[in-house]
Design a protein around this ligand. Structure first.
Ligand code: SAM
Length: 212
């Protein structure tokens, strides 16, 4: 993804510590201290501009959410949304999803969302896909027992690869839709990429998988 550099982004993130957690490692095993309650925690890895996670947090005040995004120039838009919505159950982390186990202990997280993850279509880049087995191991290390991943994409190749990867990892495929927008699935919250690609006529794939 091409990212426009925003030199002011770092300062903006740092000036909103109530929304952007700057030293997440200090809350490993103790995210209740951040949210001041022990509600279940759902995270989105690769949250982008944050529409999905913000709308989810609005719709589900009984769940805590964390949006995780690598690029500060992208996550500042999520921060804008969060400032406007002022939600007590949502925080943002400007970190690399490869380091999840530095920030979360086993059982801290009840669900992982992956939405429109970068497809990395070349085989030699497969290890960078957020559904590659090393990432599935990371998620397993922070999720509750029988924790779930909910995954959406417009990319057929990535979806097929991911179903194989989940299956080879021994996960249970609980729900699979090959055309989400023409299915009876209710309550879908669109991401920025989802809107862009569905407007162009692309089909949206979605699955829910569970660790055993
Ligand atoms: N989920 C959003 C949506 O559906 O609109 C954004 C999709 S965008 C194609 C993928 C996002 O994942 C990018 O913003 C990218 O920076 C982020 N990303 C990719 N790898 C990541 C990683 N290892 N850790 C955190 N974010 C990552």
């Amino acid at each position: 993804m091409r990212v426009r550099h925003k030199p002011w982004a770092r300062e903006m993130l740092e000036s909103h510590p109530q929304y952007v957690v700057s030293s997440p490692e200090q809350y490993k095993g103790n995210w209740e201290a951040v949210f001041e309650n022990d509600q279940p925690l759902h995270i989105e890895v690769g949250t982008g501009k944050g529409r999905f996670i913000t709308e989810m947090a609005k719709a589900n005040p009984h769940i805590n959410y964390i949006g995780i995004e690598l690029f500060e120039s992208v996550i500042v838009t999520a921060l804008d949304r969060l400032i406007e919505a002022n939600l007590p159950n949502l925080r943002l982390l400007n970190v690399n999803g490869e380091k999840l186990t530095e920030y979360f202990a086993k059982g801290d997280v009840s669900r992982v969302y992956l939405n429109f993850s970068d497809p990395w279509p070349k085989t030699r880049h497969a290890k960078r896909r957020l559904t590659y087995k090393t990432f599935l191991k990371l998620y397993e290390e922070i999720l509750i027992d029988k924790g779930e991943i909910h995954f959406k994409t417009d990319n057929q190749g990535l979806f097929e690869y991911s179903l194989m990867s989940f299956s080879e990892y021994g996960m249970l495929l609980k729900f699979v839709s090959l055309d989400l927008h023409n299915s009876d699935f209710e309550g879908n919250i669109m991401t920025e990429y989802e809107e862009k690609f569905s407007n162009k006529g692309f089909r949206i794939y979605r699955c829910e998988v569970q660790y055993q």
